[in-house]
Ligand binder design. Sequence first.
Ligand SMILES: N[C@@H](CCC(=O)N[C@@H](CS)C(=O)NCC(=O)O)C(=O)O
Length: 210
Amino acid sequence: MPALQILGGAASNFVWAARIACAEKGVPYELVPARPHSPEVLTANPLGKIPAMRHGEVTLFETKAICTYIDRAFAGPGLIPAGAEGAALVEQWVSFVTTAFDPVCMRQYVLSYIFPNTPDKSPDRAVIDAALPKMEKLLGTLDAALAKTAYVAGPAFTLADAFALPIVNYLTRFPESAAMLAKNAHLHAWFKRVIERPSVVATMPPPPPK
Ligand SMILES: N[C@@H](CCC(=O)N[C@@H](CS)C(=O)NCC(=O)O)C(=O)O
């Protein structure tokens, strides 16, 4: 049995980012299916969020901490550059994803389609419409970065790509975000490239039920 365990559900964008990090490094791991706030997750993360990680004596939560640990604890291609500027750029873009891109694009927009709070469970139009101008700016920000470099934080694939990709993949599934993606040509071209990486193909969550 692999020594490293990732606790969480495959559909979570953060769980997917941690699994991409393992796959990029060639680190064997076990995905332990667990829902947020389940007793299993609460043993590893007092806030109940996924993913959490166990590796021997090490227990971690927060996806960036988990991915940094995976990058440093194991051999394999580095996911954070050694140099000060390169490492800071990865930090910058991971923070951008966790503090700005995820809250608007996933929590506000995508979840209003998947788990709407409306009485009849139809997509929550008011919440979706309020997200759209913010999404234009966020996608435009990534697009401008990707106009200059092949990957989000520079010339090579890093944790910044692993964090952004699962969210952009969700954005391909809904009409307004798919149209926005098509308009942001550099972001779209990056997505088409990274979605075919072996680490991404190997960890792709199963399609949602129809
Ligand atoms: N800051 C956390 C966020 C993790 C997170 O929000 N995970 C979601 C699933 S994608 C979750 O557990 N949601 C349940 C909740 O927020 O109560 C991290 O980077 O790991």
